[in-house]
Design a protein around this ligand. Structure first.
Ligand code: UD1
Length: 421
């Protein structure tokens, strides 16, 4: 199993290009199932989760052509299997995103229940309830969701909780339903808006994406479309934290700083000097140590839960006491236990981490437990004294494109080691 070996203490400097957003590319790939023609996607990140989604679609019979730049052509004309098998779903929860499109377009779907997850229970009850309200007949048996519907019909869906993939699944299903669907208390994440923009290019009639109420007027069919996936705001945020923690100066190109408001506010609060262009962001910490900051995660536009682990890592070496409260997932502090092994002073109280910043972390062998937790361990390794080994980095490969190459380009001492014992 691959590991990352990081020698801490090197400042970062220079420019890198940000990849396309994983969490936009995944639903957009699933949405290609809805089209009557070919879809052409660009700015798709080269990640394990994208490979998993392509395997899932490929097994259903979607024809996929991928070039060396990860431009993807997808055509669903030969779909023969309306199933997402447990073997793939268990490696990626976002596989649930095929449920809405399969049911809406082909009238049937059998999708494995995603099951438990390291960061929380993460049920999919709201996806199922929404589809039932749109006329689907759904059975959950033997670990599978089996759904049928002649044609879905529009409905008013009041979501109990803000759910990102739930909103996306129901929005995709509604594009081909008969009549109007209203999704109330919808997720407002930029990735939901990106999916809506893609669906509208395919001929869907969606209004209000990015607000609490999304209105979808069903159409009889959708066409193929060309689309470039939006930049990854979480990858951008992760590199900005890397620069902040190491007292560095970096520039990130090919991104959209307007998607990062909540993160940039906090980075300015810790003392970072930030300049923005239309598609770049530069951060200069001028060799200073970050100041402590309090964080409260919540759905967009509030501070993203997907940046909580990275801010936890930063807080371990910040000046003062930081209080981080996680409100989206119930068990998302596994990285805190690994950071403690590097000397961090973290006290966990329910969904809150109270972190007293120390001058220096000590390198240690640590283990990734989920995608963003693994990023936080890499960040800690960049500032720790000595050599940090990060194990189970298959988590990081699910969501960060060539992380060791990008960090090396910025001057970090990091390398991938195969089968180290
Ligand atoms: C998406 C993102 C993930 C991010 C998360 C929150 C993708 C592929 N993944 O995950 O990176 O961390 O949003 O921003 O886009 N819930 C229910 N019932 C449901 C659905 C959700 O109770 O049917 C709960 C979840 O357990 C969680 C909360 O709602 O506590 C939010 O989860 P949700 O927004 O659905 O997360 P994902 O869409 O899985």
């Amino acid at each position: 199993m691959d590991k990352l070996l990081i020698t801490g203490g090197y400042p970062l400097n220079g420019e890198i290009r940000i990849s396309g957003a994983k969490n936009a590319a995944l639903p957009i790939l699933a949405a290609t199932l809805l089209a009557e023609g070919s879809c052409h996607l660009s700015n798709v990140p080269h990640l394990q989760d994208i490979t998993t989604m392509m395997s899932l679609l490929g097994r259903m019979g979607v024809e996929l052509i991928v070039d060396e730049k990860m431009n993807i052509e997808a055509n669903s004309r030969s779909v023969h299997t309306l199933e997402a098998h447990y073997e793939l779903v268990k490696t990626m929860r976002a596989s649930i995103l095929v449920l809405g499109p399969l049911l809406a377009k082909f009238g049937r779907a059998q999708v494995s229940l995603p099951g438990g997850c390291a960061i929380g229970a993460r049920p999919v009850n709201l996806h199922i309830q929404g589809l039932i309200a749109m006329g689907a007949d759904i059975q959950v048996e033997g670990g599978y969701i089996t759904a049928k519907a002649k044609r879905l019909h529009g409905a008013t869906l009041l979501m109990d909780l803000v759910t990102v993939t739930g909103t996306e699944n129901l929005m995709m299903a509604a594009t081909l339903a008969e009549g109007i669907t209203l999704i109330e208390n919808a997720a407002r994440e930029p990735e939901v808006v990106d999916l809506a923009n893609f669906l509208n290019k395919m001929g869907a009639r969606i209004q209000g994406a990015g607000t609490e109420t999304i209105c979808i007027e069903g159409v009889p069919q959708l066409t193929g479309a060309e689309y470039s996936v939006l930049p990854d705001r979480i990858e951008t945020g992760t590199y900005l934290v890397a620069a902040t923690m190491t007292g560095s100066s970096i520039k990130l190109k090919g991104t959209d700083p307007h998607l990062l408001d909540a993160i940039l506010v906090k980075l300015r609060e810790v003392g970072a000097k930030i300049t923005l262009g239309t598609d770049w962001v530069a951060l200069d910490m001028q060799g200073r140590r970050p100041k402590a900051v309090n964080i409260h995660t919540a759905p967009y536009p509030a501070f993203p839960t997907d940046m909580q682990a990275q801010f936890t890592a930063m807080s371990t070496i910040s000046e003062g006491v930081s209080i981080l409260t996680e409100t989206v997932f119930e068990n998302r502090f596994m990285h805190a236990l690994e950071l403690q092994r590097m000397g961090a002073d973290i006290r966990l109280e329910g969904n809150t981490a109270i972190i007293k910043g120390i001058a220096e972390l000590q390198a240690a062998p640590v283990m990734a437990t989920d995608l963003r937790a693994s990023a936080s361990l890499v960040l800690a390794g960049l500032v720790a004294k000595g050599e940090t080994w990060v194990d189970r980095i298959y988590h990081i490969d699910r969501g960060y494109e060539r992380i060791e190459e990008k960090l090396t380009q910025l001057g970090a001492k990091i390398r991938r080691v195969r089968n180290h014992v």
